[in-house]
Design a protein around this ligand. Structure first.
Ligand SMILES: [Zn+2]
Length: 358
């Protein structure tokens, strides 16, 4: 047997009533990809009737589609979901390639965001491209807290659009890809997700990537500078391995919120810390999955948040190594916390005009 064939099955004989197929409260998925992006898959071509059916099977009241982009693509995406009315919020995106062509890229993005808002965009999605790939006309990486982007963040605040932002995370992508890397299998599948080697300290323009901590420090400086803009830090504030740091940011910046998207694997391996974290910040944490709308994908999230089930896979569809080889433990969150995380926080920040608020 080769090591790669070794897939031990747990022989724990735990009581299990089956994962909940519906949430304790009608939920809002605040982080999803339905349009032309690497993560949407077949949903990029499905219609509103298919989405309505998928949502109704799992009691999903509303969903955020982060894949709006800009211009005609954005208009098309908004049009595709129009039959679902306020239940789908399409977020606009940025044109990172343009930044290398226009010295005024921050002003231009601000102008385009206003156009996107007029077309019906309900928020802005920022990809990890910021900080790791996007470059200016001199060929230099644009830092997350680069002041040339201030007009964009200010415009989001003035337009009342929340900004869902993902930078850096996860930490393992900034470590050597060797036998000690906890995401080695994932990096082997996606070598372009590896941000290594790091650039040497003190040489900001040398070849190599900024470190994880440098990127998160830049994020924090930017969020601090724009208190009028609402930010939603994707994937547990971009640092689910470091909940103490995320908690410090939540304490310091009332405009900072986080979603849970695609990180039940991280939270579920530290269930005591994760439960304490969510219970301390129940009005700042948003439910979101980052998984194609599908009963199985939503169900494992419900199981994680609601039950006290032990040692179960965070991604039943994928292999054990999709985000690291470990199992997770349910948080058994209290009902008043579930109500906020599942629904109330997203209604306040994104879906103010969604009918049926309790
Ligand atoms: Zn995502």
């Amino acid at each position: 047997m080769r090591l790669v064939d070794y897939r031990p099955r747990s022989q724990l004989r735990v009581r299990w009533d089956g994962a909940p197929t519906r949430p304790a409260f009608v939920a809002i998925d605040a982080h999803n990809h339905l349009g032309p992006s690497p993560f949407a898959g077949e949903w990029a071509n499905r219609n509103a009737a298919a989405l309505r059916l998928a949502m109704e099977l799992s009691d999903i009241a509303a969903i955020v589609d982060l894949d709006g982009g800009q211009g005609v693509a954005l208009e098309r995406e908004i049009e595709r979901w129009r039959p679902l009315g306020a239940r789908v919020a399409v977020f606009a995106g940025l044109d990172y390639d343009m930044w290398a062509e226009r010295p005024d890229f921050g002003d231009e993005e601000a102008r385009r965001l206003a156009v996107s808002a007029a077309a019906g965009a309900r928020g802005l999605k920022v990809w990890k491209t910021l900080g790791l790939r996007a470059r200016d006309a001199q060929g230099r990486l644009v830092a997350i807290d680069d002041q040339r982007l201030d007009p964009l963040w200010a415009a989001a605040g003035e337009l009342g659009l929340p900004v869902t932002i993902h930078v850096a995370d996860p930490i393992a992508f900034f470590e050597p890809c060797d036998g000690s890397n906890e995401r080695w299998e994932e990096l082997r599948e996606h070598p372009d997700w590896h941000f290594w080697p790091l650039r040497p300290p003190g040489h900001p323009e040398a070849d190599g990537f900024p470190s994880f901590d440098e990127l998160i420090d830049g994020l924090e400086a930017m969020v601090e500078r724009h208190p009028e803009t609402t930010f939603i830090g994707a994937h547990v504030g971009c640092a689910p391995e470091d909940l103490a740091r995320v908690a410090r940011m939540l304490a310091a910046y009332p405009n900072w919120n986080v979603d849970l998207a695609a990180r039940i694997g991280e939270l579920g391996r530290q269930p005591y810390a994760a439960r304490d974290f969510i219970c301390r910040w129940p009005d700042r944490v948003l439910f979101g999955t980052d998984a194609p709308p599908d009963p199985a994908a939503w169900s494992v999230n419900f199981r994680f948040l609601e039950t006290r089930d032990e040692h179960f896979p965070y991604d039943p569809e994928a292999g054990p190594g999709s985000q690291g080889r470990w199992a997770i433990y349910g948080l058994g969150l209290p009902v008043d916390v579930l109500r906020l995380v599942y629904s109330d926080n997203a209604r306040r920040l994104i879906f103010c005009d969604l009918p049926g608020a309790e």
